[in-house]
Write a protein that binds this ligand. Structure first.
Ligand SMILES: Cc1ncc(C[n+]2csc(CCOP(=O)(O)OP(=O)(O)O)c2C)c(N)n1
Ligand SMILES: [Mg+2]
Length: 321
C-alpha cells in the first residue's frame, strides 16, 4: 500500500472539498426549485469514500445507495454530468432520467445509486463475482447504510460472498441514523463489523471522520481482498451533517450532538494533518477553495443552460433493444 504523500494528499483534499462544495450547491439549487424530487447529501461522510476509493484500480467497480454523488465525483465523473443529472437535463450522466438517486457511469465503473435500501448489496457481489469469473483481478466496493445492515439481503449476500470467495468489500457507512431513527433503536447490534464472524469473513471498524485512518485501513483491506479473493465487512463510523434528505430538518437530534461531530470534520482534520507535514498553508487552501468554487459554479451554469430531454427520449433505454 502506498502511504499518503504530498501529491496524493492534495488530490484527496481536493476531492473532499469538491464533494462538499458541490453538494452545498445542490442544496441551494434544490431550494431554488431547479432540482426536484429527492436529494440526499454526503456532507460529513466524505472521508469514507475518499479513503477507500484512493486504492481502486481500473478493474474495480463500486456501487452505493441513493447517497451517490460523492462517489461519482471521486471516481472522476465530471461535476457537469452529475449536476445536469440532478437538474433532469439531457446532458446528465443518465440523460436526465435518473436524477439525484441514480448517478451511474459505465466508464467510471459507478454501478449506481440505488433508491431501494440494500438494493445495491447483491449488485456488489455480482459485479465482483463477474470480474473474477471472467479472469480479472478486480474487487467491488459496495457502500450501504447502517439501516440496511438489518436487512435479509445483506445477510444472504454475506453468506454467498463468503461461500463463493467473492472479493466484495461491504462498507457500512454507519452514520448513526436510518432516516429519523437512531441506529440503537433499530439494530440489535450497532457494531456492524461483528456480523462478519458469523460468515467467516474478516470484519473491521474504521474511523470515517479521519481520512488518514480511512485511507490506511482500506489500503490493507483492499489489498487483502484482491490477493485472497475474500469478501470483507467494514463498519465505518461517520455522521451526516444534514438531514436524511433536504426535506428533513433533523429535529430528532440535538444541536450539541451535531456540534460534537462537526468538531471532527474530516476536511479540517485532514487540512491540519497536511499543515503539520508542511504540505499546505492557508494560502494554498484558499487557492484550492477558489479552484473548486469555479468548478462547481461552472457545473451549475452548465446544468441550468442545458436542454431538457426531448420527448422521444421518454421510452428510450427503458428496455433492452
Ligand atoms: C426497501 C426500502 N425500505 C425503506 C425505504 C425508505 N428509506 C429510504 S432511506 C431509509 C433509511 C436508510 O438508512 P441507512 O441505510 O442508514 O442509510 P443512510 O440514509 O443513513 O445513508 C429508508 C428506510 C426504502 N427506500 N427502501
Ligand atoms: Mg444511516
Amino acid at each position: 500500500m502506498k502511504p499518503i504523500n504530498k501529491e496524493s494528499a492534495w488530490k484527496m483534499l481536493e476531492q473532499m472539498v469538491l464533494c462538499r462544495r458541490f453538494e452545498e450547491a445542490t442544496i441551494k439549487a434544490y431550494q431554488q426549485k431547479f432540482i426536484t424530487g429527492f436529494l440526499h447529501t454526503y456532507i460529513g461522510q466524505e472521508a469514507c469514500a475518499v479513503g477507500a476509493m484512493a486504492h481502486m484500480t481500473d478493474e474495480d467497480s463500486f456501487v452505493t445507495s441513493y447517497r451517490c454523488h460523492a462517489q461519482g465525483l471521486i471516481a472522476g465523473m465530471t461535476p457537469r454530468s452529475i449536476m445536469a443529472e440532478l437538474y433532469g437535463k439531457i446532458t446528465g450522466c443518465v440523460r436526465g432520467k435518473g436524477g439525484s438517486m441514480h448517478v451511474f457511469s459505465k466508464q467510471h465503473k459507478h454501478l449506481g445509486g440505488h433508491g431501494i435500501v440494500g438494493g445495491q448489496i447483491p449488485i456488489g457481489a455480482g459485479a465482483a463475482f463477474a470480474n473474477r469469473y471472467q479472469g480479472g483481478n478486480g474487487i467491488n466496493l459496495c457502500y450501504f447504510g447502517d439501516g440496511a445492515s438489518m436487512q435479509g439481503v445483506f445477510h444472504e449476500c454475506m453468506n454467498l460472498a463468503s461461500l463463493w470467495n467473492i472479493p466484495v468489500i461491504y462498507i457500512c457507512e454507519n452514520n448513526m441514523y436510518g432516516m429519523g431513527t437512531r441506529n440503537d433503536r433499530a439494530l440489535s447490534n450497532t457494531e456492524v463489523q461483528e456480523f462478519a464472524a458469523a460468515y467467516k469473513v474478516n470484519g473491521y471498524k474504521v474511523d470515517g471522520m479521519d481520512l488518514v485512518a480511512s485511507h490506511e485501513a482500506f489500503g490493507k483491506i483492499i489489498e487483502e481482498a484482491r490477493r485472497t479473493s475474500r469478501p470483507a465487512l467494514v463498519n465505518v463510523i461517520t455522521y451526516r451533517y444534514k438531514g436524511h434528505s433536504v426535506s428533513d430538518a433533523a429535529n430528532y437530534r440535538t444541536a450539541e450532538e451535531l456540534q460534537c461531530w462537526v468538531e471532527k470534520d474530516p476536511i479540517g482534520r485532514f487540512f491540519q494533518h497536511m499543515q503539520k507535514q508542511g504540505w499546505i498553508d492557508d494560502d494554498g487552501y484558499k487557492a484550492l477553495e477558489k479552484k473548486v468554487k469555479d468548478i462547481v459554479t461552472d457545473s451549475v451554469q452548465f446544468a441550468e443552460e442545458s436542454p431538457w430531454p426531448p420527448m422521444d427520449e421518454l421510452a428510450k433505454h427503458t428496455y433492452a433493444d
